[in-house]
Design a protein around this ligand. Structure first.
Ligand SMILES: [Zn+2]
Length: 65
């Protein structure tokens, strides 16, 4: 029976995390690090500019009457 421990590095802080049921937040070392990572995702999403950046031309306002 192998008793090899699998460990990963927390993506948020780089801490070694035991890949085990004892680490419910894996691959993060803690809930805090998971939230940090999720927060970064949200921040990145907010940074994406909206597609409504087209110049609103007023050419059509000069209608023929
Ligand atoms: Zn961490």
């Amino acid at each position: 029976m192998q008793n090899e421990m699998i460990t990963v590095n927390c993506p948020a802080c780089g801490k070694v995390v035991l890949w085990d049921e004892l680490s419910p937040w894996r691959p993060f070392c803690s809930k805090r690090c998971q939230l940090i990572d999720l927060g970064e995702w949200a921040a990145e999403e907010k940074r994406i500019p909206s597609s409504g950046d087209m110049t609103d031309s007023d050419d059509w306002s000069e209608e023929e009457r």
